[in-house]
Every structure is written in C-alpha cells, then in structure tokens.
Design a binder for this molecule. Structure first.
Ligand code: IPM
Ligand code: MG
Length: 366
C-alpha cells in the first residue's frame, strides 16, 4: 500500500515535532511494507512570511490529493494582529485547512502514562485506568460562524459577537462518528452541551438523543452540562470514555484532559472527514498534536515530540488501516518514558531527538 502524506510543520516548535513524527512514521512504515510518499509545505505564519498568505491554494490542493496531512502547530505573536477579509477560516491557515478538508470530527486522545503519574496533579488512585477520547466538532459552531464582528452601537459602545449556531445535519453527522468511535472503545458516550441555557444546546441534545435511541441503542449515552463535565473530569477522570462536544467546549475540554497525560505535549489528535471505518480510502485526514506552537522554546530542540508521534500512531490506524502498528507506537512511547527519557516539560533534560530516537529503538523491540 502507498500512503501520500503532506507534512506541514507550521510555526514555533511545529517543524521540530513534525520532523520527529516523520522519523517514527518512516520507521513504522518500513516494518509493515507501507510505501510513503511524503511532501512538505508551509503553513500559517511560515507561509505568510514567504507567500503573504496563511495557506496557499496549491497547498490545499496537495492536501486534498493526500491520504493524510501531518501538522505541527500554528501561530505566534508576530501574526496575531493580521486581519484578513472573510470568515474565521481566513484568519488561520490551520482552520482553513480543516474547513477545506471538511474534517468535522476531531478525536483527541488522553490517557495515563504510568511513568508520568507523578507529573500530574492527581493522586494515582484517581487516575488509575484513565483513557479518554474527547471528540470535538471541528468545522462549525461559534468558531466558524460568519455572523461575527465588532460593531459600534448608536451610543458609541462597541459590541463583539460570534454566533454559536449548529444545523441539525452538522450535529447528526458528528454525533454518528462519536457513537461509532464509542463502539470501537468501551461503548460509553458522554455528550456535553449547555442545553439549560442555549438553544443550539437544546437542538444538540435532541439530535444526539434521537440518534442514540434510533441507531446506537447498544452505546450507553449520557448527557452532562459542559460546566459539570469539566468539574467531573477533574474529580474522576477514570470514569470517562468518549466525550462528544461542540467546537468550543471540545477545544477547552481537550486541553483539560492534557492534565491526566502529564503534559499537554503528550496529546495527539486525528481530524476526520467521516467515519473512522471509511477513512482509509475516502478522504484525507489531518493529524496534529493538541499543543500550540510554544514560540518561547522554538528552535532549542527541546520540544516534546510525543503528541506528534502519537498522532502518527493515529495516522497509521485511521489513514493506513494499521491499528496493530499504531499500538506498537503507543507501546514504544510508554517504553521510552519508562526508561526515563523525558523532555523538560516532562521534568527531564532530554532533547526532542533523544526522546524520538528512544521511541524508535523501542518500536523495533515491542
Ligand atoms: C487547537 C487550537 C486551535 C483551535 C487554534 C490554534 C486555532 O487551540 O487546535 O485546539 O482553537 O482550534
Ligand atoms: Mg485548543
């Protein structure tokens, strides 16, 4: 099998972690006779500096012609004040890529890593077994609305607004993937909303409930208000399986679950344009660590590569159809951590390439 991968390092530590991820991908591909066709391009700030745009049409075309896009991170103080015509997707190269590839279903995975237990704020007994998939709707809601702006009222007072809106078809297609992902795990889905306040939340709850009753009766469905979900997550993280959240709540909760993994630098994601089962042939997906571009440590070679390496694992699982190889990546990461390899965010003093090389060494053994 041949796999076309487009690598977009982006900004800050992005290119460093993508290099690390590609090294692991190359090693893993060799072990399963997967032929890689890798090309690279610029994203967001890096693209702006070179081409005066956050992402070129050519890059979007290349992404569409790929099986998978591996992204590092985007953003930095240098580009924060640039305002472009058009919707939110025009303001950010990564958001434009998500919008263009219609990767509405984002899976963000957080689990306990034994070797990092004492890096977390939790008592070990509370974290025991914690393994959470936060599913974030990635192409709609307030974060992609075109009803947004800053205007001035007749009394001279300014008003900022971003409409939080969801069509029922957007909720249904995303919830369907959520139920399918839950089925592949422990068959428990927790849907999060603010249906006690928001109309969009009421529609969200209704659509998710109907779909659960009509098509996924085997999946245990629960609903929490988003604020309560955040509270319960910090009290008893081991009780959660799959969390289904809109774009905004999912953005927040996926950072929160970073706390169980020992560092936000550990979290991978897969952004899919459909069911995980159909991913292999049908549509390009985006894989990226959940962390940001960390401009403060960029260029020092000390960024944590694990979020990207685990994203490569998700790529192997969903875009190459190689879940066993993905589990090997997971085990290699745990073995490297257990052996004491750790970047500064994990309390160690290993470099990005030392930790990456350790993962590769263990990948060959596990
Ligand atoms: C994320 C990030 C992005 C988002 C930013 C960089 C636009 O926070 O991937 O979680 O909000 O989606
Ligand atoms: Mg975020």
């Amino acid at each position: 099998m041949q796999l076309k991968v487009l690598a977009l390092g982006g900004d800050g530590i992005g290119p460093e972690v993508v290099d690390a991820g590609l090294k692991v991908l190359e090693c893993a591909a060799k072990s399963i006779d997967l032929v890689l066709d890798i090309s690279e391009d610029l994203l967001h700030g890096a693209a702006w500096e070179r081409y005066g745009t956050f992402i070129r049409d050519k890059t979007l075309e290349k992404a569409r012609a790929s099986n998978a896009v591996l992204v590092g991170a985007v953003g930095g103080p240098k580009w924060e004040h640039i305002v472009r015509d058009g919707g939110p997707e025009e303001q950010d190269g990564l958001m434009k890529l998500r919008h263009h590839l219609k990767t509405f279903a984002c899976l963000r995975h957080a689990r306990v890593h034994r070797a990092l237990l004492d890096r977390t704020a939790f008592k070990p007994a509370i974290l025991e077994g914690a393994d959470i998939m936060v599913m974030r709707e990635l192409c709609g809601g307030a974060m992609f609305t075109t009803t947004r702006g800053i205007t001035t009222d007749s009394d001279g007072i300014r008003r900022g607004f971003d409409l939080n809106e969801y069509r029922e078809s957007e909720i249904a297609r995303f919830a369907r993937v959520g139920f399918e992902v839950a089925r592949r795990r422990r068959s428990r889905l927790l849907s999060v909303d603010k249906s006690n306040v928001f109309m969009a939340g009421k529609l969200w709850r209704e659509i998710v409930s109907d779909l659960g009753r009509e098509e996924f009766a085997d999946v245990e469905l629960t609903h929490f208000f988003a604020d309560n979900a955040a509270y319960q997550l910090s009290r008893r993280p081991a009780d959660f399986d799959v969390i289904l959240a809109d774009n905004l709540f999912g953005d927040i909760l996926s950072d929160q679950v970073g706390a169980i993994a020992g560092s936000l630098g550990m979290l991978p994601s897969a952004c899919l344009a459909g069911s995980p089962a159909k991913q292999i042939s049908e549509c390009p997906a985006i894989y990226e660590p959940v962390h940001g571009s960390a401009p403060d440590i960029a260029g020092q070679g000390i960024a944590n590569p694990i979020g990207t390496i685990l994203s490569v694992g998700m790529l192997l699982e969903y875009s190459a159809g190689q879940p066993d190889c993905a589990r090997r990546v997971d085990r290699a990461v745990d073995a490297a951590l257990t052996a004491g390899f750790a970047t500064p965010d994990l309390g160690g003093d290993h470099t990005t390439s030392q930790l990456t090389d350790a993962v590769i060494q263990y990948f060959r053994k596990v």
